[in-house]
Design a protein around this ligand. Structure first.
Ligand SMILES: Nc1ncnc2c1ncn2[C@@H]1O[C@H](COP(=O)(O)OP(=O)(O)OP(=O)(O)O)[C@@H](O)[C@H]1O
Length: 253
């Protein structure tokens, strides 16, 4: 849902985005626009290019063609450093530092407000673990420390690469509620997942296959356009209907 205070223009706009990795094209000229104040799910099978697209948005991926604009600036622009949070698939925290020490360190690097570590620890549900060394946390807890680090400074755009992998259903539910709350406050979230049942929690979905967009629409519009009962089946129908080299299917919104 668009937040009226979220600012003009889309949060992310790509035009003809092309990426070659290891000598092979992995993104084939993607055109997309993601509105501000929304939660967009990026779904598709392993290896289809989700991480590569997220890296391009954050500005750490070398591109072979096209443009990527983020919050009105070229992706990776220095002015975006404090405005974009990125959580990679591999949690990046210091194992020998406690949760609070990790977050205090990242907050200092970012110049985030003093109370921010406490705020983000609460947001990701790590209260009670503040003094645990990150190396002794479970995988899911460590992933949440990474997420907490990305929330420092309250970035306008959050780019999350499979943030719910390895989490139990209760935590997944809590995190999706957090994402929804952040979007309602005006933040934009781009969240990759290969768990199709998370799709219905998103405002919009990007369905990807083989480095191309199969569809970019709301979950309801995708279901209506394909006549499928769930996003899994909608995806399969789009795959069946799309020759492997075809461009994005417009599902008519
Ligand atoms: N460092 C790399 N060098 C060369 N090719 C790479 C590299 N990283 C990824 N690729 C290739 O780029 C393509 C897209 O990979 P990407 O990681 O973006 O997919 P993904 O959809 O995020 O997959 P997953 O869901 O498994 O994380 C794959 O074919 C992969 O083999």
């Amino acid at each position: 849902m668009m937040n009226s205070e979220a600012g003009p223009g889309p949060a992310i706009r790509t035009a003809g985005l092309t990426v070659v990795r290891g000598g092979r094209p992995v993104l084939h000229g993607l055109d997309l626009e993601i509105p501000r104040g929304s939660v967009t799910g990026l779904l598709g099978p392993s290896g289809c290019g989700k991480t590569t697209l997220l890296r391009s948005v954050v500005g750490v991926q070398r591109t072979a063609g096209g443009t990527v604009e983020v919050l009105g600036r070229p992706a990776g622009d220095a002015a975006l450093r404090h405005r974009v949070g990125y959580v990679t698939q591999a949690p990046s925290v210091y194992a020998d530092l406690t949760v609070t020490e990790n977050l205090a360190y990242f907050a200092a690097v970012l110049g985030a407000p003093k109370g921010d570590p406490d705020r983000v620890i609460r947001q990701v549900g790590l209260t009670g673990h503040e003094n645990d060394p990150a190396g002794r946390l479970s995988g899911g807890q460590r992933a949440r420390v990474s997420l907490a680090a990305a929330l420092l400074g309250a970035p306008e755009l959050l780019v999350l690469d499979e943030p719910t992998v390895g989490l139990d259903p209760v935590l997944r539910q809590d995190l999706w509620q957090l994402f929804r709350g952040l979007a309602e406050e005006g933040a934009t979230l781009l969240v990759s997942s290969h768990v199709m049942d998370e799709a219905t929690r998103c405002d919009r979905l990007l369905l990807m296959r083989d480095g191309r967009l199969l569809a970019h629409d709301t979950p309801a519009a995708l279901l209506a356009a394909t006549g499928a009962a769930d996003i899994d089946s909608a995806f399969l129908r789009l795959v069946e209907d799309t020759p492997r080299t075809a461009d994005t299917v417009e599902t008519g919104r």
